[in-house]
Design a protein around this ligand. Structure first.
Ligand code: FES
Length: 656
């Protein structure tokens, strides 16, 4: 491959993907991989600070800037940060397992308790189909083809004041004659019912020959920062018939929204990010069609929910101003649009409805979750929390709602944690510790050899270490304990969870003091956010009657452990309810009910957003929460009792 290259060209071979590419000499190695369609983790988007893009240079030479993320030992072995390396010669590059994306995403079953579901809605999808059998035109009855269709819709179905897409008019004359005047009209409700009006004004979006009422489908999507999850909905049966999931293709440009917003400011950055997520959506649609055999032409509606940045990127709206004060989204209500105008590979009649956006970091996913979980319908005072890369929270009930985003950081999705990974096979999720010898007992997702720690695992590990006295309330290791599991590592003190031979990555998997510190900051932001919202309405966290936990990994959190570290308020455990992917839940329900579609817009208007980044109360609450579980033990009475606080010793503390 390489011998015939012009002098300024270099060949790069990526293993284990077995992909060859040719780049200019001096090209950035991470960019070379992206351009070749090879995935290398790049949490920080290539700024050099995360260390997730490590690769092994098996053959050839790169010019590199070594950062503190690369140990001397790794450097000696030929490991380099791809984002900090320039291609000098022809290369063979090996991408180790920890720098690759695990293909098997865990999509675990999500059954929602009825007390955390929207109720009272009718099954009246925004999308409808009507079969018409038209009398052929005669000299006595020679109204236009379109008028003939509309006249029948009025006579048969009492449909008035319809608007009609021009694409329908274009195909009408031939289609009606070819189908012997028997056709199925698809209508879509896209607008809110005007105040005082009895009915909405549906739009005719398609006409098909014959009777196709048995075949009509829509799609519900949650566009997450990490994963994109979609469901194919059969509107005749009122149920989801298939579910598909994939990593958001934008991951290669950075793992969190801030990094992606920054990437957008590069030339063609916005376009690349938009294309990446649309390619992911198209891939998920293909999964759904393959699972069911449904034909693409029968899908006429897509409902998407996602955080503000994800939705703006999907729609090609520059998110630059989301991170600049005063942090404004492009629009609160996004007008419906043809999905294929964005590049989504569906039939031309399909419309896309995006959930409303509230603020920079409070987006359509939280509205979707609130609608789906019915928080806005009940008198019960609820705390709704969607735990993802951002912790989005809502406190309220049917009368009022306050909301905020806590910038929780990506710790729960594996970001900023030395051996952090998203919830996938081999991720350490369960943890216990033998109090007599401090040996760990770990359990992984899928029962495979461990290769990292997922978010729920991180919480369980921190709680276990705290209860055993291995770490103190400040998150620091008790280095006097009689165990070799605690040691000084390259990033400070660490506890060895699994030794190299027991792991998939051939290295010890550890949790470091820096990881615990990261977790403490994340959980402090979430708890302080909850406290600040409750204080703003002069109540306290203990007044919350329901805590609804949404989010990809929310369902797998051990509530007791989460309260032990101070992530959630110390209230009776039976008040906690998991709803899994709340964003997808709301998108699905809105596809089934026009009533809920209206409610989504009403909920968006009901919410009062708090910008926490400059809120003094939040800062005070945050600082107070930088302790396990909290500096104020009265906030966590049952945990204080369990740990033997306040007092000099933890109940289960081991002393040297
Ligand atoms: S250090 Fe290379 S992508 Fe973060």
């Amino acid at each position: 491959m390489t011998k015939d290259l012009p002098s300024k060209k270099r060949g790069v071979h990526f293993n284990p993907d077995n992909v060859d590419t040719v780049v200019e000499a001096g090209a950035n190695l991470l960019q070379a991989a992206i351009d070749a369609g090879v995935h290398i983790n790049a949490s920080c988007g290539g700024t050099g600070v995360c260390g997730t893009c490590k690769v092994l240079i098996e053959k050839g030479k790169v010019e590199t800037t070594r950062t503190e993320k690369l140990s001397e030992e790794e450097y000696e072995q030929g490991v380099r940060q791809a984002c900090q390396s320039r291609v000098i010669s022809d290369l063979t590059v090996y991408i180790p397992v920890e720098s690759r994306l695990e293909k098997a995403i865990i999509s675990r079953e999500e059954k929602v308790a009825p007390e955390a579901l929207a109720t009272g809605w009718r099954f009246n999808p925004p999308l409808s189909k009507f079969f018409v059998e038209l009398p052929p035109p005669t000299l006595e009855d020679n109204i236009s083809d379109l008028s003939r269709v509309l006249r029948n819709l009025k006579r048969q179905y009492h449909l008035n004041n319809m608007t009609v897409d021009f694409d329908v008019v274009k195909k009408l004359p031939q289609l009606l004659r070819d189908s012997h005047w028997k056709a199925t009209v698809t209508t879509l409700v896209t607008a809110v019912k005007p105040r005082g009006a009895e009915k909405r004004r549906p739009r005719v979006i398609n006409i098909e020959p014959g009777d196709t009422r048995g075949k009509y489908y829509s799609l519900a999507f949650d566009i997450g920062t990490t994963t994109v999850c979609g469901q194919l909905l059969d509107l005749n049966r009122g149920k989801a018939i298939a579910q598909g999931i994939d990593y958001n293709g934008q991951i290669k440009y950075g793992e969190d929204v801030i990094t992606r917003i920054a990437y957008c400011q590069k030339p063609d950055g916005l376009k690349k990010l938009q294309q990446a997520v649309i390619a992911t959506i198209n891939g998920v649609i293909n999964q759904l069609l393959a699972q069911t055999g449904v034909e693409l032409k029968y899908i006429a509606h897509i409902v998407v929910a996602g955080n503000t940045t994800m939705l703006q990127l999907l729609l090609g709206l520059n998110p630059k101003y989301l991170r600049l004060a005063p942090y404004t989204p492009a629009a609160n209500l996004i007008p419906p649009m043809k999905a294929n105008s964005l590049g989504i590979k569906v039939a031309e009649q399909a419309y896309l409805f995006a959930f409303p956006l509230i603020a920079s970091y409070v987006g359509g996913d939280i509205i979707s979750g609130i609608v789906g979980s019915g928080v806005y319908q009940r008198k019960k005072l609820a705390f709704f929390v969607d735990i993802g890369t951002n912790g989005e929270i809502v406190v309220g009930n049917s009368d009022w709602m306050v909301t905020a985003s806590c910038s929780a950081g990506p710790a729960f999705e594996g970001g900023g944690v030395k051996h952090g990974i998203i919830a996938t096979t081999g991720a350490i999720e369960e943890f216990d510790i033998n109090p007599s010898d401090l040996e760990p007992v770990i359990g992984t997702i899928g029962g495979e050899k461990p290769k990292g720690i997922c978010g729920s695992g991180l919480i369980n590990i921190a709680a276990g270490l705290l209860e055993a006295g291995v770490i103190g309330q400040n998150g620091k290791f008790n280095t006097n304990l009689p165990t070799k599991r605690i040691r000084q590592g390259s990033d400070g003190y660490e506890y060895v969870l699994a030794r190299a031979p027991e792991t998939q990555i051939g290295k010890d998997i550890v949790i470091t003091e820096a990881d615990i510190d990261n977790l403490i900051r994340t959980k402090a932001a979430m708890y302080a956010g909850c406290q600040t919202l409750t204080q703003s309405v002069e109540i306290s966290c203990s007044d919350l009657e329901q805590v609804i936990i949404a989010g990809a990994f929310g369902r797998h959190i051990n509530i007791e452990n989460a309260i032990t570290i101070g992530l959630f308020p110390d209230i009776p455990r039976d008040r906690f309810i998991f709803i899994g992917n709340g964003s997808l839940l709301g998108a699905r329900l809105v596809s089934f009910s026009t009533d809920l579609l209206d409610d989504a817009r009403r909920v968006a208007k009901m919410m009062t957003n708090f910008e926490l980044s400059e809120n003094v109360d939040f800062m005070n609450n945050y600082v107070a929460a930088l302790f396990l579980p909290h500096t104020n033990t009265n906030e966590f009475p049952s945990i204080s009792k369990k740990l033997g606080l306040p007092g000099s010793k933890l109940k289960r503390r081991i002393t040297a």
